[in-house]
Design a protein around this ligand. Structure first.
Ligand SMILES: Cc1ncc(COP(=O)(O)O)c(C=O)c1O
Length: 359
């Protein structure tokens, strides 16, 4: 379908204020934003304009009842200067899965992708060229009825903002196995990228940080026995030549980096087991010298090596000299994202200016 976008270009680009060699994650925003509104029946008012603050009523429902979802994606630029989106269509699908679970309207996949293509094309100069850097894209949808009382909102706002970003972690990370708080239980909203999932994770993460760890490793909500995921990443364990990762049980996010890694590993001939992974199994493998690598996988960090896992009052230590598989995978993913390695899976959406639905 064709959508009519109204576009207003800034007369004061802020790009000259940015040091692209030193970009703090999450703080620097590119010049423009995309917004669309759902009026109870239709998506309308597709607008790209200079990023600005929103005037919102204090009773805006998203703030009270948490009807808010988001995505995190990345755009890179090829050596030929073509902006490339990574797994854009899959992010659109996941956004709609989150929307359904949170009783929000779906957004047509082509509108989702087209809005991002137009926005990224306009702010293409903001895509960092540096290694391990990208333009981070943040689509978000929020309930906008001005109403006090628990029900689903009728109206919603969809927005996309973009942020140039450098490496998310600049060193290997330490995880603390969480044996009291839970992130998600079966039947809950753990599989949705719902804002409240992150709000609930902050206090346990703060406690873990006070103990010297970077992130919490979430366990299943029934027995605290099986690993779920980590902060904003899925988790992988490399045992000799078998790679383990928790299966999609409805409690963890269906990570697209996770899916990318599983696909690449299978192509390389590795055995990947997606199944319940108990912390006891991991601790035993570590003490038998069989745990070669542990790494988190997510859009922001791509791959974050784990150096230390706090479990039952002791630390499992990983040898950073053995992190060969994760390094290879990271370089494969970055290569595909930059267009240097052939995309054989239809993961890349190139943005050719002449193909955009210009209004
Ligand atoms: C809770 C959670 N798990 C896993 C991931 C990794 O997902 P993806 O690889 O799609 O970014 C994320 C990041 O989006 C996340 O927030």
């Amino acid at each position: 379908m064709e959508y009519k976008f109204s576009t207003k270009v800034t007369s004061h680009s802020r790009i000259s204020e940015v040091d692209f060699n030193n970009i703090p994650f999450g703080k620097v925003f590119a010049d423009h934003i995309f917004t669309a509104d759902f009026d109870g029946t239709h998506w309308k008012d597709f607008s790209i304009r200079p990023l600005e603050k929103l005037p919102l009523h204090p009773a805006t429902m998203a703030w009270h009842y948490g009807q808010a979802i988001f995505e995190g994606m990345k755009a890179s630029i090829s050596d030929e200067g073509v902006p490339l989106l990574f797994r854009a269509k899959d992010h659109a699908k996941r956004f709609n899965t989150s929307a359904r679970r949170m009783c929000m309207p779906e957004i047509p996949e082509d509108l989702y992708v087209e809005s991002i293509k137009q926005l990224v094309s306009l702010d293409r100069k903001w895509i960092p060229l540096e290694e391990d850097s990208a333009l981070y894209l943040r689509p978000v949808m929020m309930a906008t009825d001005e109403f006090v009382g628990v029900r689903s909102s009728d109206t919603f706002k969809f927005m996309v903002m973009t942020l140039p970003s450098g490496p998310y972690y600049n060193k290997p990370i330490a995880l603390l196995v969480e044996e009291h708080f839970v992130r998600a239980a079966e039947g809950g909203v753990g599989e949705a990228k719902a804002a409240g999932n992150y709000g609930g994770s902050l206090y346990p993460t703060k406690l873990a940080k006070e103990k010297g760890y970077d992130q919490v490793m979430w366990m299943d909500a029934k027995e605290f026995k099986y690993v779920q995921e980590v902060g904003t990443m899925n988790i992988f364990f490399v045992l000799d030549n078998v790679v383990l990762t928790p299966n999609l049980s409805g409690t963890i996010l269906r990570g697209l980096t996770r899916d990318t890694i599983i696909t690449l590993l299978k192509e390389k001939g590795y055995t990947v087991e997606e199944r319940p992974v108990s912390m006891e199994e991991i601790a035993t493998a570590a003490s038998n010298g069989k745990l070669n690598e542990v790494f988190g996988a997510g859009t922001a960090a791509v791959i974050a090596n784990v150096q230390r896992i706090g479990y039952k009052g002791k630390d499992i230590l990983l040898d950073m000299d053995k992190t060969t598989l994760s390094k290879e995978l990271k370089s494969n993913i970055n290569g595909i994202r930059k267009g240097r390695i052939k995309d054989t899976h239809d993961w890349i959406t190139p943005i050719y200016q002449e193909e955009l639905m210009l209004s």
